[in-house]
Structures are given as C-alpha cells and as structure tokens.
Design a binder for this molecule. Sequence first.
Ligand code: SF4
Ligand code: SF4
Length: 200
Amino acid sequence: MTSQECLDLLRGVKDVAFATVDEQGRPQNRIVDVMIAEEGSIYFCTARGKDFYHQLLATGRAAVTGMDAAYRMVRLDGRVTRLGEQRAWIDRIFAENPPMETTYPGESRYILEPFRLEPDRIEFFDIGGEHPLREVVLDRDRETSLFVIGDGCIGCGTCAAACPHGCIAEGTPFAIDQSLCLRCGLCSESCPVQAIGRRR
Ligand code: SF4
Ligand code: SF4
C-alpha cells in the first residue's frame, strides 16, 4: 500500500475515529468525516464550539483509525493545520460531501473550520485473510516499535514454536517476518537468553 492508497481507504470509509488529548492529558476519541484525501493529507472540519476544535489548536496533532468492510484497517497520526481561506475550503467540503448541508444548512456552515492532517506515521493492516498482514507505510520519525532478534540468539527455536502466527524463520540468528508479526511480544517473553528486543 502507498500512503495515498491508505488515505483513500479512510476517505472511502469516511466516518473514522479521531483521537486527541485534552488539557489534562486524557485521551479523547470521536467519529469524524474524512472530507477530502489528496496530496498526502486528509481534510476534515469541526465547529469552533467543540472541545475537539480546541484540542486540535492546542496540540496540533491527531491520530486516526478506520476499517473498511473487508477488514482492511489504516492507523495514522500526524500534524494538524488550521487552513486559511476558511470559507473557500468549507464550500469545497460541502460541495464534495452533500449530506453536510442537512446538518449545517445555509450560512450556519461557517461555524465549521477546515483542517488538514499531514501524517507522520501510517500503518496498514489487513485482518480479513487467513494470516493478518501489517505494513508500516510511512514512519517519518522512525518511532514504530518492532520485535527484532539480535546476535545473542543461540538457535534454540523456542520463539518460533511459541509464535502464534508462525512468522519466525530459522537462521543465524532466527528472523521475524515483520509483515506478519502481531507485535504481541510472546517470542520475547519466551526466549531463554533475552535475544529478542523492541527496537524503534
Ligand atoms: S528463543 Fe531466543 S535464542 Fe531461541 S531461537 Fe528464538 S531468539 Fe534465538
Ligand atoms: S511478536 Fe508475536 S507475532 Fe511477532 S514474532 Fe513475536 S510471537 Fe510472533
């Protein structure tokens, strides 16, 4: 999957979960429409009276998760920017999402303000098949944690036997197929010589 294909998946789902943190650092979550997905960003809007609006301005960040009917899921987080040319963006959002007129008829639409979310990190999951797939599509800050087998591996095979997805191959050292790994940590807990660690 490319970054844009992931954003297009979220646009297709449209109603996705947006997470922010409030003034006390508590996580907050709500469903928000993805109004536009283009040029590596998604666009959405919210009303000036909402806590969500103020959390976006205070933190400048949001995390988004959405899953389609085929159990393909995208998770991302990134930087949020309040857009200029506010009325022009709101008019475009309404033109491309006609049901919005029902909720905010006439001039009331301008209580909404448009935002762009530019992802720093995108992960794609396909959990509809026999083996769940996971792909780090974008990781600007290299923050994604992976389980990795180090040189301390003595080749006992305990991790491969314990792995629920059979994604550890024999070798020197043994190796994890990251596209299949659930990052459950069972291999790390099973290794008798602590050769498996979390790495960013
Ligand atoms: S359990 Fe540890 S030592 Fe044994 S094969 Fe796996 S990584 Fe290597
Ligand atoms: S973290 Fe879980 S799924 Fe991934 S290799 Fe280890 S045991 Fe297997």
